[in-house]
Design a protein around this ligand. Structure first.
Ligand code: GLA
Length: 667
């Protein structure tokens, strides 16, 4: 991984390794199996605080010394955790005030994991203490190539409403607003008589008789994400002071609802993402692709690490569906196709006990005479042939603006309908591009758009003037944009932009909204292209745009539902309603055509479900083809397929379920 993990050659391959659950004979067997699979990195010690310090101040590091020595001797590198993901039972007994509190005031108990308040000073004190001990003890260890801070920070405890959080929230607000007058203005406290006259009156948005102040809620979410980031930073800084040259990261969940990872991205040395398939979703591979693209976006287009995924079923969904033969390899290579330079799993060996004993692993309960193990070894072989893919990057003509804050704001408090949710419009826009083989860069609302040909703007509820101006300039200069309803409505304080909706975008969308007309549950309205819409309609008025489709019936017959506005040198499309997925895809394809955007390769036949990306760099060009569909795909390509390890002389037929990674010949 070049600059990131200098010593680890090629694609990183491995897992969370929890030897504390096993005897020493199993450790020895593990090392031999890791060699067979081609594992070159393991994440060690993530949940080991209670093993390393079973009582306050009483340490047992010897087992970890032995594990690391054995790994080093076997040539396997270590991403060493600072063990803070779960404080030991003694900690919660001594310091019950560090346990997290819910909005209704009830305190959570220990007994699972992550039972701590991110703002707790005493948690911080002890977390930094154990971090320093671990960093100093293993600083020079030959196996150490990376530090793994905590685990999925804030994944289950981001929002804590305790008194410690209240104190930290007040400080955060003082930094943000400076004066109470500013805060009162931003929160609009003249509404419902909420004016604050002392900082001490400010609390987390605890359970109240009715809807809280939306800006209060939003700021608390911002604060909570920052509080998690703050404890990460503190742990990282302790490590950095000891080993300034070893990269530090923490594993994130790119699509997690409680953290604004745009703010985290600059603080980690490498983006390390976890992803688990949504087993109930028959097209879970498209959600996988989107999440991987979010990870690549957080990495600013650079390679990133897939830190965890699963070899087969997980244990925590209502129905944990095992992966079909070949599915794991497809999933893993999908992440690589989208910029990952590592393939790692939770976990190395399936546990015999504990909450996740039914979770799949690289070594399943069934042992090595199993589909999972055989595929683990096969995948190791494939990855060893992909070494030149490392450090190459993807190119995209399309950007999708992704905003964690708009998700928080849209999905908390009172709105025109409960049916408008954030990912609801992200997913079909993304899916339409995925189906067309078009690579999308996921970008923040603050991103520079120059260089793209098209920008997708799903439900960008919070739109800062600067973001609106950037999209305007992008389109004026010849770019193309697709904007969906509930974009451009409020500013960063959740104040409605002045004048008719969508205030921040009205001028360049060429439309304005006289009134929202959300639909009743289950109500469908027909369009003049014979498709149906649901959830949302608006009394749209044209001011420069032209209608693409109009409502045939429902509350607004004859009113435009989708519009097109040629603005400057470019075009902007506005979807004022919730189109069906097929209609969304038709519109996206029309816009792609107008923008002159094409997939990376000519297809002879392009069955649905064929995923195509290209990674490019000094080491060459790599065409990834993943056939998720049920028909054979025929593609024109020349080069060497690194998966099958065969030459491709012009035409490739890719069977359903198969993957090809073609190292292309220079033109
Ligand atoms: C998360 C955690 C792991 C494990 C897996 C199970 O990603 O980081 O410790 O619990 O989920 O899917």
């Amino acid at each position: 991984m070049g600059g990131m993990l200098d010593k680890v050659a090629g694609v990183v391959y491995g897992a969370d390794y929890n030897p504390e659950q096993w005897d020493r004979a199993t450790w020895a067997a593990d090392l031999e199996l890791m060699r067979q699979a081609g594992v070159n990195l393991v994440n060690v010690g993530i949940f080991s605080w209670a093993e390393l310090e079973p009582c306050l101040g009483e340490y047992r590091f010897e087992w970890l010394d032995d594990v690391l020595d054995a790994l080093a001797a076997a040539g396997i590198f270590v991403n060493l955790a600072n063990a803070t993901a779960t404080p030991p039972p003694w900690f919660s007994t001594c310091y019950p005030e560090a346990l997290p509190v819910l909005a209704d005031g009830s305190r959570l108990w220990p007994g699972a994991r992550q039972a701590f308040c991110p703002s707790s000073p005493v948690y911080r004190e002890h977390a930094l203490r154990i971090t320093r001990l671990i960093a100093e003890r293993y600083a020079e260890h030959p196996a150490l190539v990376m530090w793994h801070v905590s685990n999925e920070i804030g994944g289950r405890n981001a929002l804590c409403y305790c008194d410690e959080s209240a104190a930290a929230f007040r400080k955060w607000l003082e930094v943000r607003y400076g004066t109470l007058d500013e805060l009162n203005r931003a929160w609009g406290t003249t509404f419902w008589g909420q004016r604050y006259s002392e900082w001490t009156q400010l609390l987390p948005p605890r359970r109240a008789p009715t809807f809280g102040n939306p800006t209060h809620d939003l700021d608390f979410r911002r604060f909570s994400s920052d509080a998690c980031l703050d404890i990460y930073r503190a742990e990282r800084d302790v490590i950095r002071a000891v080993t300034p040259d070893i990269p530090v990261t923490t594993n994130i969940i790119p699509n997690h609802r409680d953290l604004d990872y745009w703010r985290w991205a600059p603080e980690v040395d490498v983006i390390a993402a976890d992803h688990y398939l949504k087993a109930h979703d028959p097209e879970a591979h498209i959600e996988l692709a989107l999440t991987a693209d979010v990870a690549r976006g957080l990495a600013a287009g650079e390679p990133w690490m897939l830190m965890e995924h699963s070899t087969s079923a997980v244990n925590w969904q209502p129905r944990n569906i095992a992966k079909q033969p070949g599915e794991m390899i497809r999933n893993s290579l999908q992440h690589v196709a989208r910029g990952a330079d590592s393939v790692m799993f939770f976990q190395w060996r399936a546990s015999r006990f504990g909450a996740e004993k039914y979770h799949s692993a690289m070594v399943p309960h069934a042992g090595t005479d199993s589909k999972v193990w055989k595929e683990v070894v096969e995948l190791g072989g494939i990855l060893s042939r992909l070494h030149d893919v490392v450090e190459t990057t993807l190119e995209a003509d399309v950007a999708l603006i992704f905003d964690y804050e708009s998700r928080w704001a849209l999905e908390t408090g009172s709105h025109p309908t409960v049916d408008v949710t954030y990912l609801d419009r992200v997913a079909p826009l993304y899916r339409a591009t995925w189906d067309s083989g078009i690579t999308v860069d996921v970008v923040s609302p603050d991103a520079e758009l120059t260089g793209y040909k098209m920008v997708l703007v799903p439900s960008l509820y919070i739109t800062r003037e600067s973001t609106a101006a950037r999209i305007d300039q992008f389109v004026t200069a010849g770019g193309h944009a697709i904007v969906t309803y509930m974009s451009g409505i409020v500013d960063e304080y959740l104040h409605i932009h002045p004048g008719p909706h969508p205030g921040a975008m009205r001028d360049w969308l060429g439309v304005w909204v006289e009134e929202f007309f959300p639909l009743r549950a289950g109500e469908q309205v027909g369009l003049d292209d014979d498709s149906q819409v649901e959830v949302w309609t608006e009394m749209l008025r044209l001011d420069g745009a032209t209608p693409v489709t109009t409502y045939k019936d429902g509350p607004l017959p004859g009113v435009p539902a989708v519009t097109r506005h040629d603005h400057g040198e470019g075009t902007v499309w506005y979807m004022a309603t919730r189109l069906e997925d097929d209609a969304t895809a038709r519109l996206v394809n029309q816009a792609l055509k107008v923008a002159g955007i094409k997939p990376p390769i000519p297809m002879v036949t392009a069955p649905s479900g064929l995923e195509v990306t290209r990674r490019r760099g000094d080491s060459g060009c790599f065409l990834f083809l993943i056939n998720h569909g049920s028909e054979t795909a025929h593609v024109l390509a020349k080069g060497h397929d690194l998966v099958a390890d065969t030459a491709i002389n012009g035409r490739l037929s890719l069977l359903p379920g198969r993957v090809a990674v073609i190292q292309e010949e220079a033109p």
